[in-house]
Design a protein around this ligand. Structure first.
Ligand SMILES: *Cc1c(COP(=O)(O)O)cnc(C)c1O
Length: 383
């Protein structure tokens, strides 16, 4: 069944459940004990999912995910400390841009659009540059959909005794991660990705000791994660106006996450969505940018047909007319588009998307199977 509002096949904002939307129908006093209880429960639940109950603290931050990334980097990285940034897409590059803006020194390993940064490369960089004190990596690089090998990167950091900071924005909640076992000094994510809340705040899960030692380091008043934490510890409140309705919706979303079987349940559904989607689109002739082992269960990049009849805008509109919003590609090497697997999407919606894509191809005058350029051989790197 196609609902009136289109399904969002985008990696956040995404399609939320009706009950999550309904949780926003009440107004809350930002200083009131009832609302403070919501915030406290959200933070406790997030720490539990991350496995950091005894070692880490959870601090929410108003704004989109980038605000939380900037707050975390600006707060926990000392002003003169050198950072290694691993880049393989837009979000890794954004981390570099944040550090540029903050005037914090960093080195980068830039793997281009879609190659994974590897543990051995990180180990070499850490050996060659002993001044590096922390490494920042993106868990799922949403711009291509690649799932970066954070375990081997964490291992390289652990051996060299460097701190690891993870932008797990589009992965946390659906991909298992344990901040103690990994280990990870700080993990950042937001409300509107795999927990399936609505947009309005992000959060950081940070080693208590690290955050305690970060007082006075932040470049910004409103993004000072240490101050936000201290104020919240003291009063139970956010320092400045919280997105009250968003927090209420997020708590409902977290309850639904738990009811679905937590991270395992969500990973199972998203993986199933991805497998079904990829198989269905391959049947129509499409190819994924990445080899199967690098495909995240979050979002998949498909290469565009190389026919002059293919125009992304018309393709997008034809799919939208059938009830789904897809995402443009973000590659410099090839024309592509992306389809997300996260949000309230189940078999029925995935099957309808596949049909919508096939019909859109026909509407554009493409013959099926569509002809898509071959994969570049260099993206078939294996673990
Ligand atoms: C969504 C996302 C962000 C944050 O983006 P905002 O638009 O600021 O919410 C950061 N990193 C990754 C990997 C993301 O997917």
């Amino acid at each position: 069944m196609i609902q009136k509002d289109p399904y969002l096949l985008t990696p956040g904002p995404l399609t939320t459940s009706l009950s999550v939307k309904q949780a926003m129908l009440r107004d809350w006093g930002s200083w009131d004990g009832d609302f403070n209880g919501l915030t406290a429960e959200v933070c406790e639940r997030l720490l539990e999912v991350a496995g950091g109950r005894n070692s880490h603290v959870c601090v929410p931050m108003q704004g989109s995910g980038t605000f939380a990334v900037e707050a975390t980097l600006g707060t926990v990285i000392p002003p003169t400390s050198t950072t290694l940034v691993l880049m393989n897409g837009a979000y890794g590059q954004r981390i570099g841009k944040i550090l540029d803006t903050l005037g914090r020194p960093y080195l980068a390993i830039d793997k281009g659009d879609y190659h994974p940064p590897r543990g051995d490369e990180v180990a070499v960089a850490l050996q060659e540059h002993p001044e590096i004190e922390q490494v920042v990596v993106v868990h799922c690089e949403t711009s291509s959909g690649i799932l970066n090998p954070i375990e081997e990167i964490a291992e390289a950091c652990r051996k060299a005794r460097k701190r690891l900071i993870i932008d797990s924005m589009s992965a946390f909640g659906a991909l298992p991660i344990n901040v103690v076992e990994l280990p990870c000094a700080a993990l950042v994510s937001s409300a509107n990705k795999c927990f399936e809340g609505v947009p309005g705040f992000g959060f950081a899960i940070v080693e208590r000791e690290l955050l305690s030692a970060s007082a006075g380091q932040c470049h910004s008043l409103s993004l000072d994660l240490h101050d936000q934490w201290k104020y919240m510890e003291k009063t139970g409140q956010w320092r400045y106006t919280p997105p009250t309705h968003v927090v209420a919706a997020f708590l409902q979303a977290m309850r639904e996450h738990e009811a679905e079987g937590g991270v395992d349940g969500r990973l199972a559904r998203y993986s199933r969505n991805r497998d079904r989607l990829v198989a269905g689109l391959r049947d129509i002739g499409f190819r994924t940018l990445l080899a199967d082992e690098w495909l995240s269960p979050i979002i998949t990049t498909f290469l565009s047909p190389n026919s002059p009849a293919f125009e992304f805008r018309r393709f997008y509109d034809a799919i939208k007319a059938r009830g789904f919003l897809i995402y443009p590609g973000k590659l410099t090497v090839a024309d592509s588009f992306r389809v997300g697997c996260i949000g309230q999407l189940h078999d029925e919606q995935i099957d309808a998307v596949i049909t919508a894509v096939a019909e859109a191809c026909q509407e554009l005058g493409l013959s099926i199977p569509v002809a898509v350029p071959a994969l570049a051989p260099d993206n078939l790197e294996t673990v």
